[in-house]
Each structure stands twice: as structure tokens, then as C-alpha cells.
Design a protein around this ligand. Structure first.
Ligand code: AVI
Length: 323
């Protein structure tokens, strides 16, 4: 599963997942303004489109974070105690964690992800490339409390949450996640986290309105999914992708805009759209170092060290449990 999906999804049996999707879609399209949760972007097609986004020339976050992890990897790894258990919240492509594993001597790696099959495949690949590394996958929704494996009892704990997935959480959800990670990892723990930064609005705009139209396809894919899984009749050509930067709320907002007056049917419910009416599909919050520090502090984490790239586009922080 895509690295970002588990942060936003829930661990439920298939039928319950389908009915949770149905309930959310019906409820959220019945509201004004209409919205859809970004957790529904990440079916197989959406995860593949997201992978394509990460290598777009305009989409700076992934390559910038990788650059920080490569350039500052030694300094970051130096904070990870020998024999620690590295717990990754949302385990997707292993590129980022490998940069840490290559540089430190951890006792165990614990990827936490909603998709058990995906986790096991990933764990096998890491065991092969890091012989001797103990890997204990946990299939869980990491935004809710979950138990760490007993095998890592007594090891120092270091969390890893790259990708600025935190930015897709509303501020209250971001603080709830940080608190929950603090509780799960326990006293004395650390957390290494990637956070996208506020910057020139043009750069942000371009990153979410790429010229190849991949972000538009990613956004529209949620309607494809509703049509396929919930028998919806969205006409894709009647909606257009729009991303804007909301300066007051420090966030990029992705919307799907109705090109005309129309009515759409999903599971026997009719939803009418005015011309120009929006479905708000995602927010991607951008933090200043000060606002992130305050958010972390309020959740009982103290910023131990922070790294950014030269242009201060993206940040990686090492947090220490406090409180
Ligand atoms: C997963 N997440 C951090 C991405 C972001 O930048 O907010 C999702 C994304 N949406 C559009 N492009 C990428």
C-alpha cells in the first residue's frame, strides 16, 4: 500500500471498509461545502499515480526530503541509539528508511501499516538486504493506539514518520497523532519526522498543478473509485482539478470543481452541483519551523535537532519525548 494511505485509512474488514467508504462519501457529499476524505485517494491506481507525482519536476517534497536524509543521514543516524527499535509509521517504499538503516546499528525495524500483505513483502525485501536485521511488521492503523511487538520490549524506541504525511492531517488530527505516537513509543523515545515548509506560493501552486496533469488525474481518481466501488455515475469530464494555496490557513487545498449544473447519483442518493461548485478533496498543511515546534511541544515532544535543505523547502526533525 502507498506510504501515505495507512495514515489516513482505518483497519477494518473488507465489508466494513466498503460500508465506511459508502457512509463517508454519502455523508460528506451531503454537506455544504462538499468534501471527500484524502484517505480515499489511495486505491491501487491512486497509489500508482502518487508514485508518479513524487518524481514530477514540480513536486519538490519527495526529492528534497530524500536529499536531506542523504546529506544529513550521518547526523540523523548518530541520534539513533545502538540496538534501538526503529518504528516506521506507515511503511511504504523503503527508500527513505534504508537511508537510516544503512547508517545505524538498530536492534529491530517495526514497520506499521494497514496492509498486511504489503508489509510482509516489504519486510522480506529488507531482511534480504539487511541480513541479521530483525523485522517485526505490525498491521495496524497507526493513527489509533496499537501495541508494539513484545520482542522490542526494553529496546530504546525511535519513531520514523517521513513524507510530510502529517501535513494531510487537520491541525487537531496532527496533534492527536503526535500525542498517540508519544504514548505508543513511551518515555525516552525519539521521533524522526519529515515536515513540508511554507514557501513561495508559486512553487507550492506548481507542485500541486503540475504541467503533465498527473495531480489532476490523482484528484479525479477518487471519482473513478466512487463510480467503480459505489456504483456512482460521476461524469469525469464534468469536473476539473483545482489546487489553490490558502494563505490564512497555511495549506494547499485540492478541489474538484463542477463545470456545470449537474446531478450525480451514488448508492441511490442524488447530489446536485451548481456550476463552479467544489468538492474539497485534500488539504496539505505547510508549517513554519516555529509553528511545527509549537505543535510538537503541545504534544509532549521537544525538538532536539532540525535539518532543512539549502533553500528551506522541507524539514526533517528529531524530536525527544518530554512531559
Ligand atoms: C501524501 N501527501 C504528503 C501528499 C502532499 O503533498 O500533501 C499528497 C499529494 N497531494 C497532491 N500531491 C501530493
Amino acid at each position: 500500500m502507498n506510504v501515505h494511505a495507512p495514515a489516513l485509512a482505518e483497519v477494518l474488514p473488507f465489508d466494513e471498509q466498503a460500508s465506511a467508504f459508502a457512509g463517508d462519501v454519502i455523508g460528506n457529499l451531503s454537506q455544504y461545502p462538499k468534501r471527500l476524505s484524502p484517505k480515499y485517494f489511495y486505491d491501487a491506481a491512486g497509489s500508482e499515480l502518487f508514485e508518479q507525482i513524487t518524481v514530477l519536476p514540480e513536486y519538490y517534497p519527495t526529492r528534497t526530503e530524500l536529499g536531506i536524509l542523504r546529506d544529513r543521514g550521518d547526523a540523523i543516524a548518530a541520534l539513533i541509539p545502538k540496538g534501538a527499535a526503529l518504528v516506521e509509521f506507515g511503511a511504504g517504499a523503503t527508500t527513505k528508511v534504508r537511508l537510516l538503516l544503512e547508517r545505524c546499528d538498530v536492534g529491530a525495524y517495526v514497520p506499521v501499516d494497514i496492509s498486511g500483505d504489503f508489509l510482509n513483502a516489504q519486510a522480506d525485501a529488507l531482511r534480504k538486504d539487511f541480513p541479521g536485521l530483525d523485522v517485526y511488521p505490525v498491521a495496524a492503523d497507526f493513527t489509533a493506539p496499537f501495541a508494539l511487538p513484545a520482542e522490542i520490549d526494553g529496546m530504546p524506541k525511535v519513531g520514523f514518520f517521513p513524507g510530510s504525511t502529517l501535513g494531510n492531517f487537520e491541525p487537531h488530527e496532527a496533534s492527536a497523532f503526535l500525542r498517540s505516537a508519544r504514548a505508543i513509543l513511551g518515555d525516552g523515545a525519539q521521533l524522526i519526522i519529515g515536515v513540508d515548509l511554507e514557501k513561495d506560493e508559486r512553487v507550492l501552486y506548481d507542485a500541486y498543478n503540475d504541467s503533465a496533469g498527473v495531480t489532476a488525474r490523482f484528484n479525479l481518481n477518487v471519482l473513478v473509485r466512487i463510480n467503480r466501488e459505489l456504483g456512482g455515475n460521476f461524469d469525469l469530464s464534468a469536473f476539473t482539478h483545482r489546487s489553490i494555496y490558502n494563505r490564512d490557513r497555511h495549506r494547499i487545498e485540492m478541489h474538484l470543481i463542477s463545470r456545470k449544473a449537474q446531478s450525480v447519483r451514488v448508492l441511490g442518493h442524488n447530489f446536485s452541483f451548481r456550476p463552479g461548485e467544489s468538492i474539497h478533496t485534500e488539504s496539505s498543511y505547510k508549517y513554519s519551523l516555529e509553528r511545527f515546534t509549537a505543535l510538537a511541544r503541545a504534544a509532549d515532544w521537544k525538538v532536539r535537532e532540525s535539518w532543512t535543505d539549502k533553500e528551506a523547502m522541507f524539514s526533517v526533525h528529531a524530536l525527544m519525548a518530554s512531559g
